[in-house]
Design a protein around this ligand. Structure first.
Ligand SMILES: [Zn+2]
Length: 85
């Protein structure tokens, strides 16, 4: 995983992996308005990958991770393309 993230983001990531997909803390503005969205899965080099976006509805900042296959708590109703960002 090549993305560089702060320790704060690691906490958000842990919460996400434990199943919290809404009202996560924003690492930038500190509002608890970050929601998780997905992009994928897509096939690249005959492997499936899914991008996971952490989008803050308060300050519009976002972070992104890429997971092989289906990421934890994948929900097709949380498609990033359904968001106007
Ligand atoms: Zn924010």
């Amino acid at each position: 995983m090549s993305d560089q993230h702060t320790g704060d983001f690691q906490e958000v990531l842990n919460q996400y992996e434990q199943g919290q997909l809404d009202q996560l803390s924003c690492t930038r503005c500190r509002e608890e308005q970050v929601s998780v969205y997905f992009d994928g899965p897509r096939e690249v080099n005959s492997m499936l990958w899914t991008r996971v976006y952490f989008y803050c509805h308060a300050c519009r900042a976002w972070d992104r991770l890429t997971y092989p296959g289906f990421p934890p708590h994948f929900d097709e109703n949380r498609d990033i393309l359904g968001l106007d960002i």
